[in-house]
Design a protein around this ligand. Structure first.
Ligand code: GTR
Length: 408
């Protein structure tokens, strides 16, 4: 009877209305219970035509896949360009004069909650413009190093026990609290610059009906006026990464042609979407990105489409909710997101104990993306599995930099 009611409800529910199964649905961590599924072939067009030449990929299939991800998963990023002003707020040295530290505000017109503040570390005395890692951070620029020269974020920040965030605002106690994830000195020593920004500067990470962050600046609708394909927060964060790259293109100290884009977890999902939509990023690394990132949705292992839409209703487009519990009806799966980055180098990083993010699903997506890279005569994407939990470690950074040394 319950099933009948559920089916009845489903049939009454228009696509995109957001019916989610209960949040406490059991989570599957058993390989034997992974449903059988067929993955959509990245090299076959929606009308069944096989892609025979790189030209067909670039002119037809690639744009078609981008459109499918826009329409069904992340939403469409508005195309209009804004007059963004960059203002240098701070310029000083760090690490005993070995690095230049700069903070630059990107002022976005009509954004209600302040600028997007870039924190840029670059090696002093480099012969040539430095290659760079670009990565958003979770808790404010000041959280990546215990350096009081870095301005304390004044934005809304998710509360996190023991991390010096009080009533959603940073306190002095939050300085350097995430420094274990940011071995800045090691990065500089290896000749890379590091560029970061707080993701909440682009769009605060809570469901407010899209009234804050860059959504209103780009004319997004909110509430009932929202269309099924309007962009969510992941789209907005990815847009912010592209605006950071716009700035780097005019910065003489950095080589904007050698920017490695990196992201962890929700920001790993973001890095993949930004890398797929903006071909200027030279290399892309996702770390523990999981559902909506590098993990195959059809496996329903760990976090599922229904769970992620339920807990984070603002991350994706409304239409994505139509696939709650119906992953096999999605016209795409996440291997095709990785494929969209081809022929540029991609590194997908998983952690053995991070079952929620489905390391095996990330491996299978990496493998299923490989034919596109080979078709374009590029090196296939690399999957890296390390021991341990959901996190970014110094050892991870060594792997990122080894990969970038080889590929950039
Ligand atoms: C979890 C979410 C994951 C991942 C993670 C994070 O709560 O379910 O998809 O994004 O947050 O970003 O830390």
């Amino acid at each position: 009877m319950r099933i009948v009611w559920y089916l009845l409800l489903l049939s009454l529910c228009p696509v995109g209305a957001g019916l989610s199964p209960a949040q406490d649905d059991p989570v599957n961590y058993d390989e034997a219970k992974v449903p059988t599924y067929d993955l959509p072939d990245p090299l076959v067009m929606e009308d069944g035509t096989r892609v025979e030449t790189p030209d067909q990929w670039y002119k037809h299939r690639r744009p078609e896949l981008v459109r499918l991800f826009e329409e069904h998963v992340y939403g469409r990023t508005p195309k209009q360009s804004l007059e963004i002003r960059a203002v240098v707020m701070n310029e000083c040295t760090a690490f005993a004069g070995r690095a230049l530290l700069r903070e630059v505000d990107l002022i976005v017109p009509r954004k209600p909650d302040g600028p997007i503040r870039l924190l840029i570390y670059s090696p002093v005395g480099a012969q040539n413009p430095s290659p760079a890692f670009l990565a958003l951070n979770f808790m404010g620029n000041h959280s990546i190093q215990p350096d009081t020269q870095i301005k304390l974020s004044t934005q809304w920040i998710r509360d996190r026990a023991g991390h010096g965030i009080e009533e959603n605002r940073a306190t002095e106690a939050s300085r350097g609290k995430l420094s274990s994830r940011w071995p800045v000195e090691q990065i500089l020593t290896r000749g890379y610059a590091l560029v970061t920004a707080y993701y909440g500067d682009i769009d605060p990470d809570f469901d407010d009906g899209f009234a804050n962050g860059v959504h209103p600046a780009l004319g997004s609708a909110s509430g009932a006026d929202r269309k099924p394909n309007e962009w969510g927060s992941i789209g907005a964060w990815a847009w912010g990464l592209s605006r950071a790259l716009d700035f780097l293109e005019g910065d003489a100290l950095l080589d904007a042609g050698r920017v490695a884009l990196l992201g962890h977890s929700r920001l790993g999902k973001t890095a993949l979407w930004a890398g797929a939509t903006d071909k200027r990023f030279a290399l892309v690394i996702s770390n523990n990105s999981g559902c909506g990132g590098a993990a195959l949705s059809r496996r329903c292992f760990g976090e599922t489409v229904a769970r992620i839409n339920h807990v984070f209703p603002h991350w994706f487009c409304e239409r994505f909710r139509a696939y709650n519990g119906r992953e096999s009806d999605l016209p795409v799966d996440q291997h095709q997101l990785i494929a969209l980055i081809a022929p540029r180098p991609v590194l997908i990083c998983s952690a053995e104990e991070d079952h929620w993010a489905d390391p095996q699903g990330e491996l299978l997506a990496t493998r299923a993306a490989a034919p596109v890279f080979r078709f374009l005569e590029a090196a296939p994407p690399v999957h890296r599995l390390r021991a341990g939990k959901h996190d970014v470690t110094a050892e991870d950074w060594t792997a990122y930099m080894d990969f970038a040394d080889r590929e950039l």
